[in-house]
Design a protein around this ligand. Structure first.
Ligand code: AMP
Ligand code: MG
Length: 409
């Protein structure tokens, strides 16, 4: 019996929760999800200040100033940014002031330096400025007690700015899940090693580490493990105190030497399932660990690289999202016109590799839709989703597409 993609995903997600929040220094929290509201303990701006380099004056003193009949005032103080403004502005006088510097008591407006001769003992004002102009008032942006960023926000550059501005140097955030990626197969060698007959370069572990990092995890690669129960068990045990999530690739089909299946049938709670999708039908997930509170989630992905990738997008990405405190739903899909007819297995959801054309249509990529077609995967920038129950689409039909173009940032 085949389990639907949605039910299988739900089965994985229902066993997962967000990781326990930790306190991180502000820069390290970039890209993490905030686990507390950030509340302003002081207003922004925190004091009245000038938005221009110029002169703090009384509006009435400069009301009649023009290019032809300038007004001359005495400069009684000079306030750069970061200085105190201790001398009040009074009639007939001006205080030279820089952008961001506090306005002296009595300031009614700032005359920009461009409207003056720039003088330092006296200043010639060559234009009128209305009361209130070029003064940034305390609290006009944020008041004390405002929540400047809410718990649950994925922290971007824009958020870090206001958090820094209200003076918080450390934040409570959900950590990035540590994801161990472990590929299995006696045929696997490290890229760069000459291939002897029957051997291939391990590509899945690189694909999965990169995909997990693109999804916001902190993923790392464990060297490939041969198809040997003892070696695989040892590699898993080694990860138990390091990883928040273990991903394996390979060894889950119906063949002999399918070591992942063999070991996890005896150890842990991993259940193996056939999911109604193409590619990526053989799947498994569950937990391993010494005790109930040490258990680590495991997702076992099929060995064919394209299957591994599609499975990652459907099951692992939402799992990582949930563990890092984000909504865990399916990836958004957009409608697009397909340029060529395609067949699809009636009883499965097909995830075909496609490429956007400049006019917004999608074309299936070359090389066929086999689950080993890794060259085709590299040519693709979207997944064409053909639902269960649909055996064929025609050129010109509108299909659902998962846009992968923003995945690397
Ligand atoms: P398996 O799921 O172990 O039966 O593997 C299915 C297919 O995927 C076989 O052709 C494997 O050689 C290939 N394969 C398995 N693991 C990897 C890997 N890490 N990198 C590239 N191909 C792999
Ligand atoms: Mg294998």
């Amino acid at each position: 019996m085949l389990v639907s993609v949605d039910d299988y995903r739900e089965g994985i997600l229902s066993g997962l929760t967000a990781l326990d929040p930790i306190t991180l220094p502000l820069p390290d929290s970039h890209g993490c999800v905030l686990a507390e509201d950030v509340v302003a303990e002081w207003p922004l701006p925190s004091f009245d200040n000038s938005s221009m380099d110029g002169y703090a004056v009384l509006a009435t003193d400069v009301a009649g100033a023009t290019e032809e009949s300038p007004v001359t005032l005495t400069v009684i103080d000079d306030v750069p940014a970061g200085a105190r403004a201790d001398v009040p502005v009074t009639s007939g006088n001006a205080v030279r002031i820089m952008t961001g510097a506090p306005t002296p008591a009595g300031t009614e407006c700032i005359v920009p330096v461009e409207l003056t001769d720039g003088g330092t003992s006296t200043v010639e004002i060559r234009g009128a400025v209305e009361a209130g102009t070029y003064i940034r008032h305390a609290g006009e942006d944020v008041i004390v007690g405002d929540t400047v960023v809410r718990a649950g926000t994925l922290l971007s550059a824009r958020h870090l700015a206001v958090i820094a501005a209200v003076g918080k140097g450390h934040l409570l955030v959900y950590p990035r899940p540590r994801v161990a990626v472990l590929s299995t197969g006696s045929e696997l060698v490290e890229p760069g090693t000459p291939l002897s007959k029957g051997m291939i370069s391990d590509s899945n572990s690189f694909l999965l580490v990169a995909a997990a990092n693109e999804a916001g995890a902190q993923a790392y690669r464990v060297p490939p493990v041969r198809d040997d129960a003892e070696a695989f068990s040892a590699a898993i045990t080694d990860q138990l105190h390091r990883a928040d999530l273990i991903l394996t690739s390979g060894g889950v089909s119906m063949g002999a030497y399918d070591t992942v299946k063999e070991v996890f049938t005896e150890y842990g709670t991993v259940e193996f399932t056939k999911v109604a999708m193409h590619p990526g039908m053989p799947q498994g997930h569950g937990f391993v660990g010494e005790s109930e509170d040490e258990r680590i989630p495991v997702i076992t992905l099929p060995g064919n690289p394209v299957s591994s990738y599609i499975s990652f997008q459907n099951f692992v990405r939402p799992a990582i999202n949930k563990m890092r405190g984000l909504p865990d739903g399916d990836r958004p899909r957009i409608p697009a016109q397909i340029t060529k007819a395609m067949d699809s297995p009636q009883n499965k959801r097909q995830f075909a590799r496609g490429r956007f054309l400049a006019d917004g249509r999608v074309e299936p990529v070359g090389g066929g839709q086999g689950s080993h077609v890794i060259g085709g995967l590299a040519q693709s920038d979207c997944l064409i989703v053909i639902p269960e129950g649909v055996g064929h689409v025609n050129a010109g039909d509108t299909v659902d597409v998962v846009d992968l173009r923003g995945d690397v940032r």
